[in-house]
Design a protein around this ligand. Structure first.
Ligand SMILES: *[C@@H]1O[C@H](CO)[C@@H](O)[C@H](O)[C@H]1NC(C)=O
Ligand SMILES: *[C@@H]1O[C@H](CO)[C@@H](O)[C@H](O)[C@H]1NC(C)=O
Ligand SMILES: *[C@@H]1O[C@H](CO)[C@@H](O)[C@H](O)[C@H]1NC(C)=O
Ligand SMILES: *[C@@H]1O[C@H](CO)[C@@H](O)[C@H](O)[C@H]1NC(C)=O
Ligand SMILES: *[C@@H]1O[C@H](CO)[C@@H](O)[C@H](O)[C@H]1NC(C)=O
Ligand SMILES: [Ca+2]
Length: 527
């Protein structure tokens, strides 16, 4: 019976709604086989899987116990928050329970007794999983909505944050932004971050309780008012840059910046009626599985896609081992209605027998050689199967052949090396005198000056003579009266006249100057 049901489900994909199944067993002229489709998990109540953090420490009321009033009844301050009494405590988890019994349970902050210091609180929701929002985020405030707040999102588990929406009773004053409404956005601005005044004005704390992040209104820009034309939305999600990511989050943060005032200004004599109280945060979305899974399960404290199409990873973001004959790709909503699975392929299945280790998506048949070869190998690879590294790169021996970083640049020193190629361990071929893996050092008895040159002098083997000193291994600085590369030659021996005019070897600066003068005079005389 179960088997029959399963078969039925598989045979009528469209009756299930769009992108609900990943594969079905079909019979074609060539016999029965699997057919694969782009697929995604159902939308879920994401608050059931969230971890929450409320900042700063001590912002939750009840420690020490505190009385508070309400805007409706500001002088009857009989309500009490006491963290040590379960009936009077208001811990963060009460934002995520179900409100079955009708009576709202809520997290509550301390009151604004520190006024005029601002009353600030951050509520951070983390899933440790990318989630695609499918419906509005709805935050319910029990005793009035904040007059100023902000919603932020992260796409990388909280490493970086981006503004998602600004909320204020006066956007210009609070954020220097003009007030806008999501319904007024157009197809080209559907992923604009805006400031809205719709959810911050005082209208009585019992009447207007919710603050929304309008996902449906943004979808409606493409899918029409009742989201009837989902095909158009899916087409846009696939083609408009950044649109899919706009609705994707791993974390959300509400920054509560000023509580409800119940009027236009703060009454200093009764600060016990100013605080935040959140009874529910509804986040509806589906696990992002890159259209490679239709199930997402909660395992070991995290949501996890049940990947199909021979993909793997938390988001089905890579190909399974031995299924990497071409690069991983996300599935696509297009063409409608079933989309493209863009499944990972085993070596030898997709292109006859051409494995490209995931560095190329294309193979081509070379007629006169009768071989199939990978085309445009990426990641600095080359070869029939993209199995070699391009010239100027070498193989990372600890990386698999299908690793994107399998080829490492040789990085040979341009002057010290013969060329920019290296051997399998990354060693470059050095010019005379140069050494080191990249040829950017000199051998002993060589010095570096736009390349390695043999030392002219040094302090051990090539000594400057006659009291000369060695300058940076490049030349000897000779005392007066001596010359030659190593100051080995006395000027007297080399030039009789020099010596005649000089009042003796080891003379002074004056004699040198005179000697130079004499040389120059002779040059002018044409001698
Ligand atoms: C809330 O988070 C922001 C970062 O997004 C931080 O700058 C700010 O100090 C936090 N506020 C509180 C009250 O912790
Ligand atoms: C987040 O999810 C990953 C992958 O499932 C898991 O390995 C990691 O332990 C999780 N981290 C936390 C803080 O839960
Ligand atoms: C994934 O690999 C299995 C073999 O392990 C194969 O039977 C199946 O058809 C493959 N699925 C896809 C979508 O390629
Ligand atoms: C070589 O590959 C390993 C495994 O992928 C990686 O951890 C390492 O950083 C790579 N080495 C270099 C020099 O890129
Ligand atoms: C690469 O060159 C270095 C230096 O000449 C040498 O020590 C190493 O053995 C060479 N590696 C290979 C694989 O030839
Ligand atoms: Ca609640």
């Amino acid at each position: 019976m179960l088997y029959l049901a399963a078969l039925l489900v598989h045979c009528v994909p469209l009756a299930m709604g769009q992108y609900d199944i990943c594969k079905s067993w079909v019979t074609t002229d060539d016999g029965p086989s699997w057919e694969f489709y782009a697929c995604q998990p159902k939308a879920m109540r994401m608050k059931d899987y969230v971890t929450v953090r409320v900042d700063p420490a001590g912002i939750t009321c009840g420690d020490p116990p505190e009385r508070f009033c309400t805007h409706e009844n500001p002088y009857l301050c009989s309500d009490e928050c006491d963290a040590s009494n379960p009936d009077l405590a208001h811990p963060p988890k009460l934002m995520f329970d179900s409100e079955d019994e009708g009576l709202a349970t809520y997290w509550q902050s301390v009151t604004w007794r520190r006024y005029p210091e601002p009353l600030l609180a951050n509520i951070t929701l983390s899933w440790n999983k990318s989630i695609e929002l499918t419906d509005d985020i709805v935050i319910t405030f029990e005793y009035g909505r904040p007059t100023i707040m902000m919603l932020e999102k992260s796409l990388d588990n909280g490493r970086t944050w981006h503004p998602y929406q600004y909320y204020a009773d006066d956007c210009m004053e609070a954020f220097s932004m003009p007030a806008r409404r999501v319904r007024d956005l157009s197809t080209t601005s559907a992923n604009r971050v805006l400031c809205t005044e719709e959810y911050s004005r005082w209208a009585g704390s019992k009447k207007e309780k919710t603050v929304r992040f309008e996902v449906r209104d943004r979808f409606a820009i493409f899918a029409g008012p009742d989201l009837k034309n989902m095909d158009n939305l899916y087409t846009r999600l696939e083609s408009a840059k950044g649109l899919k990511d706009f609705f994707t989050v791993t974390d959300l943060r509400m920054r509560l910046l000023r509580p409800a005032l119940g009027g236009t200004y703060v009454q200093r004599e009764n600060l016990y009626k100013y605080f935040y109280a959140v009874s529910n945060i509804e986040v509806t979305g589906r696990c992002k599985c890159n259209l490679h899974a239709n199930l997402c399960t909660f395992k070991e404290g995290s949501l996890q896609c049940e990947c199909e199409h021979n993909t793997t990873g938390q988001d089905c973001g890579k190909c399974k081992k031995n299924f990497r004959s071409r690069s991983w790709r996300a599935g696509s909503y297009l063409p409608l209605p079933n989309g493209s699975p863009n499944a990972c392929a085993a070596a030898g299945s997709a292109f006859g027998n051409c494995e490209c280790y995931g560095h190329s998506n294309r193979c081509s048949y070379i007629d006169f050689l009768n071989v199939v070869t990978c085309v445009s190998c990426k990641h600095n690879t080359r070869g029939q199967h993209c199995q070699h590294c391009r010239l100027g790169f070498y193989r990372n021996s600890s990386a698999e052949l299908d690793d994107e970083n399998v080829c490492i640049e040789c990085n040979c020193n341009q002057i010290g090396s013969m060329h920019d190629r290296c051997n399998e361990t990354g060693y470059c071929e050095c010019r005379e005198g140069a050494t080191g893996p990249k040829c950017d050092d000199c051998l002993p008895n060589y010095y570096w000056r736009q390349g390695c040159f043999p030392n002219v002098c040094d302090d051990e083997l090539l000594l400057c003579q006659n009291g000369g000193t060695c300058y940076q291994n490049q030349r000897c600085i000779c005392p007066v009266g001596f010359k030659g590369v190593l100051c080995q030659q006395s000027r007297c021996e080399a030039d009789k006249q020099d010596c005649d005019r000089a009042p003796g070897a080891g003379g002074s600066l004056v004699t040198v100057a005179l000697g130079v003068l004499a040389l120059q005079l002779r040059a002018w005389a044409g001698l």
